[in-house]
Design a binder for this molecule. Structure first.
Ligand SMILES: [Zn+2]
Ligand SMILES: [Zn+2]
Length: 349
């Protein structure tokens, strides 16, 4: 099989993998991958902020067909079309049993390097998925691969972020970032019936694409975001702000544009960045600050998939490039340069 491997910092390449994955535990399944996504997290691997051993396979977003399953697997069987969760949860710890799989005590991640449990990734012909009963979801015929691939990661993250935001239909909700996560957050808010969504991003192409959903857009490079949001809210500021970027300037903007008594939901991924928070200002303004953490995919993905079936959520317009896996390096480059919004790879093309 072909696979996308990490070679060294800044370099990924498609190679002919020496070995196909095999069942290692009776809870495992092997999935023949039909489509694998490239995600922002893969760029962190590419650039070394998530460590990975050279030769390891990248990727954590996959749709495919179950090739084989261990003796203990009950919820899927060979031949089933499935989506994998990016996060590999144990299903048995207190957090998993409470539906908080993002906080699993034995948290792992496909293609996440040593900190992700050293599992090979999904940008390959086949991938081994541990605890298949928990980490694979069957896909109904009505949902095609290109929609389903989002359900194991960013679309369900959008649904999760919207649920943490708890907006009312009348709230003004500002979304920072129009990349794949911000676009999925926006779709989830609209599906929830939120009427006033304003999306902020500096990328004109991404803003134009998201404006087609009927939301207001602001380019913070051209318009002061605080002023722009104040104009929409009689000077109050946004009721809810969702940071779908994960950069300190986005965090700062979130606190600037939220109204007194408002809520900031941080879904963008942070690592070692630090910010100053003037506690007295946050206190007197009565700000609720919610850190999303990793999305509990398994708790929300069935409901997310249902909404794809009904048409309430359609992430497929986000796919700008569908490439054979042999062109993976080019796909990473297009995504990194923001020429592509979402790249999906076909391992068998
Ligand atoms: Zn991802
Ligand atoms: Zn667990």
């Amino acid at each position: 099989m072909q696979a996308v491997v990490f070679r060294r910092e800044g370099v990924v390449e498609t190679t002919q993998a020496a070995d196909e994955p095999r069942l290692e535990d009776d809870g495992d399944a092997i999935v023949r991958v039909r489509l694998a996504g490239i995600c922002g997290t893969d760029l962190h691997v590419l650039h070394g902020s998530i460590p990975m051993d050279p030769g390891s396979i990248l990727g954590h977003e996959a749709v495919g067909i179950v090739e084989s399953a261990g003796a203990r697997v009950r919820s899927v069987a060979p031949g089933d079309r499935v989506v994998a969760s990016f996060q590999i949860a144990c299903g048995a710890c207190w957090f998993c049993r409470s539906g908080q799989t993002g906080l699993c005590e034995q948290h792992r991640m496909l293609g996440g390097g040593p900190f992700g449990g050293d599992l090979h990734g999904a940008q390959a012909g086949f991938v081994r998925v541990p605890v298949a009963d928990v980490n694979l979801l069957r896909i109904p015929d009505a949902v095609d691969d290109q929609a389903a691939v989002f359900v194991g990661d960013v679309l369900t993250t959008g649904v999760y972020a919207a649920s943490l935001a708890e907006p009312t239909a009348d709230d003004v909700v500002a979304v920072l970032g129009a990349g794949p996560v911000g676009a999925c957050v926006t779709r989830a808010l609209l599906a929830d019936g939120v009427q006033h969504v304003v999306v902020l991003d500096r990328d004109a192409t991404r803003l134009e694409a998201i404006a087609a959903l009927g939301v207001t857009t602001v380019d913070p490079g051209a318009t002061n975001p605080e002023m722009a949001v104040a104009r929409m809210t009689d000077g109050r500021g946004a009721d809810v702000v969702i940071d779908a970027v994960g950069a300190t300037d986005a965090y700062d903007t979130a606190l600037e544009i939220v109204r007194r008594g408002g809520r900031v939901v941080i879904v963008g991924v942070y690592s070692s960045q630090r910010v100053e928070l003037q506690l007295g200002v946050a206190w007197i303004r009565g700000i609720s600050l919610v850190f999303a953490g990793e999305t509990p995919v398994q708790a929300l993905w069935a409901a997310t998939l249902d909404r794809v079936v009904t048409g309430a959520l359609d992430p497929t317009p986000l796919i700008t490039h569908r490439l054979p896996i042999s062109a993976a390096a080019e796909g990473y480059d297009l995504f990194e340069r923001r020429v592509a919004t979402k790249v999906v790879l076909d391992p068998w093309a």
